[in-house]
Write a protein that binds this ligand. Structure first.
Ligand code: NAP
Length: 287
């Protein structure tokens, strides 16, 4: 079998068009959403993420601004900055470009974000809403995986889904999003014995471990859909978790890295921003 390659580009164009329309509708109602991206210091991956978010914001017509704080800012100073943004009625969304600087406690800053402005749904409160089934909004990367499946018409209900990775930003919230869609979900992690025994049973396999090449032919069942979330930067390249050539022999479809989940993620982030802004304009509310 040679797998179909599910690029994220067409799906990201569709999400972008949907978000543009929602942002326009908010602007027509006098409530255009605006976003602040908070970065501390000069970590290269945080800077790259901030640039990508600002670019996606521009492309959907969202006013977005980078708040670049000094590398020597401490946790209290960053928390105080986030609280100022919470109190600023002209700001509807706050995103942190992680990692923050050395000496800043990321978790404390994350939980300082007002959940109503938590665009990437990373606060304990936003995750709690998702886990309790009180909100359908999930972190952008997890939402992008569901979006890709939907875009390609892949049913989720009743399917055996195996996710490799149990982080709070990808694996766990993705499990909740798929469970809400009635998938039968298994989470694997670094202490899972015989990983291939679990993953090869999957009809939908999601790799989100950040370990290049972790998923080989033996990990993929015949006819599976394989979504590769992994992005590891090495020697000037971006590497996924899946050995694509090996997996393609058994999978029905797989996503490339780069160009699969990645392009969709920041438009899903903008969709979360639109949804949070709509909650403040009740007649607009859709999520
Ligand atoms: P993370 O916090 O480091 O979590 C990695 C998870 O993978 C952990 O649960 C870990 O298990 C598990 N794991 C590690 N090695 C494993 C192994 N050998 N076998 C089975 N499980 C293993 O990473 P993350 O933030 O979730 O990100 C995961 C990947 O997605 C990274 O490559 C990241 O760069 C990428 N990512 C991509 C996007 C995007 O937009 N495309 C966005 C976010 C993240 P334990 O819990 O037992 O340690």
């Amino acid at each position: 079998m040679s797998a179909a390659v599910w690029s994220g580009k067409a799906a990201s164009r569709a999400v972008r068009a949907e978000v543009c329309a929602r942002v326009d509708a908010l602007a027509d109602r006098g409530a255009p959403p605006s976003l602040r991206v908070v970065r501390v210091g000069d970590d290269a991956s945080a800077a790259g993420y901030a640039r990508a978010v600002l670019r996606a914001a521009r492309r959907v017509g969202v006013r977005a601004h980078l708040d670049a704080l000094d590398a020597d800012s401490d946790t209290d100073a960053v928390v105080a900055h986030v609280r100022d943004l919470n109190a600023d009625a002209s700001v509807q969304g706050i995103v942190l470009a992680l990692p923050l600087a050395d000496g800043v406690n990321d978790a404390e800053v994350i939980d300082a974000i007002d959940p109503a402005k938590d665009v990437d749904r990373v606060t304990a409160s936003a995750l709690g809403e998702l886990f309790a089934g009180r909100s359908a909004l999930g972190p952008a990367t997890a939402a992008a995986v569901v979006e890709l499946l939907d875009f390609h018409g892949e049913p989720i209900e009743g399917r055996r889904v195996v996710i490799v990775g149990r982080s709070n930003v990808v694996g766990k919230p993705l499990a909740m999003l798929l469970l809400a869609r009635h998938g039968t979900v298994t989470l694997c992690h670094s202490r899972t014995p015989c990983l291939a025994g679990q993953t090869s049973r999957a009809e939908i396999l999601v790799a989100a471990a950040g370990r290049p090449g972790l998923i080989g032919a033996a990990h993929v069942g015949p006819g599976a859909v394989v979504i590769d979330v992994g992005t590891t930067y090495a020697a000037g390249k971006v590497l996924g978790d899946v050995d694509a050539a090996a997996a393609a022999e058994r999978a029905r479809a797989l996503t490339p890295v780069p160009g699969g989940v990645g392009p969709l993620t920041n438009y899903c982030l903008m969709r979360n921003l639109a949804a949070l802004a709509e909650r403040r304009v009740p007649a607009c509310e859709t999520a």
